[in-house]
Design a protein around this ligand. Structure first.
Ligand code: DAH
Length: 364
């Protein structure tokens, strides 16, 4: 037995997992050699048992312990080997879905670009830091014009320190209308553009923020009339609100850069205490909501851009994008638009890959 013990322990010391299990079965298993010794114990005389008992138990104990130790060692080695091959590099970027989503203002700008592209309009841009001439003077708002006071302008110091006169004064554009001027100066008619972008006025409450968004529209061609303006606006508003029952009302108004000028209201109806764009107007207890300003481009504006107003006419319109977004997507406070709160974005935001298309649904 002592010999068997030494031989078995030596085998265990070098066994792999499979060999170890074979040794366990051959020695301690149901018909194993050591199990067989244990079974002989009952037939021994008390004297024999006193001598052989400790030897048999010693053998069983030594082999069982050696197998358990070897197994623990092999398991630990196997685990180490697995951990080495399955190592994860936690410094690699993970492919989680992005936390952000498309802001409603960006979504509406995309929708506008899609709608107007279908009507043959290009998207134009201009600088947010403008000079006085493009923002005011060229738009028929001279130095002394009262409309200047209404614009609550943020003026900016020129970095070159020069004082090149009032018209070179720099400011944050108060509307997107200066893009009309830049486009007429840089392109030959016929012109069909929209110009969405940021605008600034020193004004802040529940419905005004110092930075807000507008979209400008401009068409310059021969023989353009108010009829073209009305059709374009109706087509745009129907496509934007995705409803055919849109009713528009043009109200005579005044803007220095258009003559005649019209403010445009869209009819709404009430549904469960909420205003819904579409139908209505005065009928059925609904009402009107102002959505944009428009008119025929003033001959002086056309002339300021070096074009002959006798040959070229056009219409223009300007519209608040934030307000358009609120009306369409049912948001009633303007301030969260500029808070950068991810919870608000998760509620109102749009998936980055859902591009608005006329065929697939403009707000899909
Ligand atoms: N620029 C005007 C504003 O900010 C909006 C506007 C009105 C633009 C009439 C136009 C227009 O092009 O024709 O209040």
């Amino acid at each position: 037995m002592e010999q068997q013990k030494a031989a078995t322990l030596a085998e265990i010391a070098t066994a792999d997992a499979a060999a170890l299990e074979a040794i366990r079965v051959a020695t301690l298993g149901k018909s194993g050699t050591i199990t067989a010794y244990l079974k002989t114990m009952g037939k021994l005389t008390p004297e024999e048992r006193q001598v052989r008992g400790p030897v048999i138990h010693g053998l069983r104990e030594a082999v069982a312990t050696a197998i358990a130790d070897r197994k623990a060692l092999l398991d630990a080695q196997a685990l180490d080997a697995r951990l080495a091959t399955e190592r994860l590099d936690l410094t690699l970027p993970v492919a989680l879905p992005p936390a952000g989503s498309v802001h409603p203002v960006a979504q509406v700008m995309d929708e506008l670009a899609e709608i107007f592209a279908d009507l043959g309009f290009a998207v134009a841009t201009g600088p947010e830091i403008e000079d006085d001439w493009h923002n005011f003077t060229a738009l028929n708002i001279p130095e002394t014009h009262p409309a200047r006071a209404m614009h609550d302008t943020f003026y900016v110091e020129r970095t070159d320190g020069s004082d090149a006169g009032a018209e070179a004064r720099m400011l944050l554009r108060t509307h997107t209308s200066p893009v009309q001027i830049r486009t007429m100066l840089s392109q030959q008619p016929p012109i069909r553009i929209i110009a969405p972008g940021r605008t600034y006025r020193s004004d802040s409450d529940a419905t005004h923020t110092p930075m807000f968004h507008q979209v400008e529209g401009l068409v310059i061609d021969r023989g353009i009339t108010m009829g073209h303006l009305k059709w374009t606006l109706e087509t745009f508003v129907k496509a934007y609100f995705e409803r055919d029952d849109i009713v528009l009302r043009m109200r005579p108004s005044y803007f220095p850069f258009t003559e005649p000028s019209a403010e445009v209201d869209v009819g709404f109806t009430w549904d469960k205490g909420k205003r819904v764009i579409g139908g209505g107007g005065d009928a059925g207890g609904g009402g009107w909501m102002e959505i944009l300003g428009s008119g025929m481009v003033h001959p002086r504006v056309i002339a300021a851009c070096g074009l002959d107003p006798a040959e070229w006419q056009g219409f223009a319109f300007g519209c608040g994008i934030d307000r358009l977004a609120m009306l369409k997507y049912g948001m009633d406070d303007l301030r969260p638009f500029f808070d950068g709160d991810l919870r608000w974005l998760r509620h109102y935001g749009f998936a980055a890959l859902d591009m608005p298309t006329l065929s697939g649904g403009i707000s899909a």
